[in-house]
Each structure stands twice: as C-alpha cells, then as structure tokens.
Write a protein that binds this ligand. Sequence first.
Ligand SMILES: Nc1nc2c(ncn2[C@@H]2O[C@H](COP(=O)(O)OP(=O)(O)OP(=O)(O)O)[C@@H](O)[C@H]2O)c(=O)[nH]1
Ligand SMILES: [Mg+2]
Length: 327
Amino acid sequence: MTDLADKILAGDRRSLARGITMVESARADHRAQATALLDRLAGAGRQALRIGLSGTPGVGKSTFIESFGMMLTAQGLRVAVLAVDPSSARSGGSILGDKTRMERLSRDPNAFIRPSPSQAHLGGVARRTREAVALCEAAGFDVVLIETVGVGQSETLVAEMTDLFILLMAPAGGDELQGVKRGIMEMADMILVNKADGDLKPAAMRTVADYAGALRLLRKRAQDPEGFPKALPVSALEEQGLIKAWDEMKMLADWRREHGHFTSRRAAQARHWFETEVREGLLARLHNDPAIRGRMGDLGAAVAAGEVAPAAAATEMLRLLGAAGPE
Ligand SMILES: Nc1nc2c(ncn2[C@@H]2O[C@H](COP(=O)(O)OP(=O)(O)OP(=O)(O)O)[C@@H](O)[C@H]2O)c(=O)[nH]1
Ligand SMILES: [Mg+2]
C-alpha cells in the first residue's frame, strides 16, 4: 500500500488506475485498503481545480472535453477526466466508447481519462467518483474534469463535488430557453453555449444573450464576483472560445480563493459527504445485516398485527442500530 501510494504521488498513471480500481471495488478487503490508501494520500495536501461539466446527450461534451483538455495540456497543465453516468442502461459508462472519440487527449501523456464505474446505485457512483478525484489530486493533476449527462440527480452530485460547475448548452432554435430547470441554472457557475460555428453561430449568439439575461434574473450568490455567473459561446469542434472560457474559470476560481469561498465550499462539501456516508452506512446495515433485517421483519409484522405501536417499534430498531431514537 505504501508502495502504491508513493507511485501515485510520483504521478504514475498505471498506479493511479490501480488505485481507482481499488476504490471502485465492492469487496470488503479492497474497501479497507482503499480507505487506508486515501487516508495516506490525503496528507500530501495537493489540490486540483475540480470542474464539473454537464449537458444533455449530443450537446458536445465529449468533443468539448477533448478540445478543452488539449488546450489545457498545451498550456502545460495535467488534466484528468472522470465521469458520473447515471444511466446503467448505457453500457460501460459514457466515456468508455468515447476514449476513441477523445483520441488525441487519450494519447496525451499529460491527460488521464477514466470511464464511469458501472454501478446501478448513484450513491455508490458518487462515492467512487469522489475518491477517484482525490486520487487524481494526489497524482498531481492540475485540473480534474467530471462529466455527467444532464439527467436528474447526477448534476447535483457533480456540483457537490466540484469547485466550478459548468453547463454546456446547445444553440436554441427559437427564442425559448431549452427546458433547463431553475434549480440547475442556480447551480451553474458558467453556461457555455457550444456549436457557435458555421450556420449555428447566429442562433448560438442569441442563446448566449438569452442565458445571460436569465442568469441576471437569478438571486445574487455570495460566491460570485460582479458579472458572474456568465454565459459564453464556444465551438468545441472549431476550438473557438476555449481559452476565453478557461480564463474566466480561472478568474472566478481565483476570486473565490481570495475571498474564502473556495475553501468554505470545499469544507461544506466534505461535511456533506461525511454525513451522507454515515447515513448510507446506517441504511446499508439496515439492508445487509441479517440479524437487523430479521428484527426489522419481526417488528414490522408485529406493527402490522397491531401488537406494537409504530413509534415504539422504531425506537427499538434504532436502539439496535446504536442510534438514538427521535426525541
Ligand atoms: N457544429 C458543431 N458540432 C459539434 C460541436 N461539438 C460537438 N459537435 C457535434 O455534436 C455531436 C455530438 O457530440 P458529442 O461530443 O458526442 O456530444 P456528447 O454531449 O458527448 O454526447 P453524449 O455522449 O451522447 O451525451 C457530434 O456529431 C459532434 O461532432 C461544435 O462545437 N460545433
Ligand atoms: Mg459523450
């Protein structure tokens, strides 16, 4: 384990991949090793800029990550790409097949691409991705990009584990804003309207103006300097607007660092994930511990038969779990 930790700290990509496989494993002995590894690496105190990227299928996420990633490595930065894929239906995760589409980036020695772990349970995916981020940081990556398809809960998960959350949008046909939920707009630190090229350029510029207007209408957040969150046009295909987008991201991250928001966001996230782990651990015991499951079944039957009041039965279950009952 010490050997693996040292190799990850030295930036060895094969060891990083092995470490990620370990955190993704469901085996109890692997879990214990992974926890020890993460604990050892945490001491290194390395920090990457964590960027979440979300967008509907076909908006150009893969193309963007390839172009944006190449732009970053050309600036001498090391870039890791991870994915949170909420749909287990999509075989092998979203960027597995994409490694061929991200052909240039996957061959770049300063880039590391890891497909999404195939796991039905989103909570499990979240933990594994978070831990993979920690491993990439320890391996000295400057930027960790986390991609997710914009469906449902996964956006919130990714926003809760990143420093910047970026929404990638397509040019809208008419003057209607694409059905972006208000809650998701409120999470965005930047909206990038992709495909601002060729015939689509005028529509893209109108869409940028529409989103800029919509963002201005949202409640001002303490973690934003004047003029943020911004909407900007990009073309992932023609590699336009990428440097500008990166400069704005850096500006925002630097401002947040100077004003304490960067650290406080990470602290709040760490606390959130700690509490989530405890909650999920309790739930897992409820489901997996045979003795507890048995008692749950017996008490459930007794409650159903009217022999025990629900509250009294719940108090007994919580006592069994070592947790205090409701006051
Ligand atoms: N014109 C134009 N087309 C683009 C641009 N970026 C991506 N595309 C095209 O849009 C299509 C979808 O691109 P992808 O990068 O695969 O999109 P995605 O968001 O990763 O899609 P999923 O992985 O299915 O969610 C492809 O045909 C791309 O060539 C762009 O900047 N301009
Ligand atoms: Mg894709």
